[in-house]
Ligand binder design. Sequence first.
Ligand code: G3P
Length: 218
Amino acid sequence: MKFFIDTANLDQIKEAQDLGILNGVTTNPSLMAKEGITGKANIINHYKTICDIVEGDVSAEVIATDMEGMIREGEELAALHDQIVIKLPMIRDGIKACSYFSKKGVKTNVTLVFSPGQAILAAKAGATYVSPFIGRLDDVSTDGLNLIAEIRSIYDNYNFKTQILAASIRHTMHIIDCAKIGADVMTGPLNSIMGLLKHPLTDIGLEKFLADYAKGNQ
Ligand code: G3P
């Protein structure tokens, strides 16, 4: 499973990159605003900076909601760096723009996906990634992980090449459960990734190893 970090925070992106396990970054307009990155020029510079930090795919979201606007914006974003993936909303014009970019060989990420039907359309449109939001489904008493399992099974039935990018990950168990189901990618906040490191027996064990070493080397 590929690991993406879901943030526009440069320190957190660097920290994940330094672990040596990072395969990419996803952002969205809310995450940009959270870091105080506003205005087209600043947003574009921020994408370039992120691409300089990481080696993998960096999703950059369009703001337009009509096909022509999405294509215009998407082409501008794609020209910034070869790591940029055009993030398109799961709406009618988003699917049209996705088909357009697929035919041109430009990578896409169809976002705001909440149902298996939407995931089928994204795959038919040739999306590189489909982003089901599992945390937001959990928020409304719907099993987000079940959506990942349903999409996995549908994509496997037809050998769809679109990669399932589990998004709106909220905690470490989401990552582990997505790995069990077979999501191709997960994108989550840094703390959900760092949670994978933790086990009290590791800390207790290490403390004892170091104490025993110190006893024998006094
Ligand atoms: O990757 C999608 C993500 O940014 C949404 O996460 O926590 O706002 O539902 P959240």
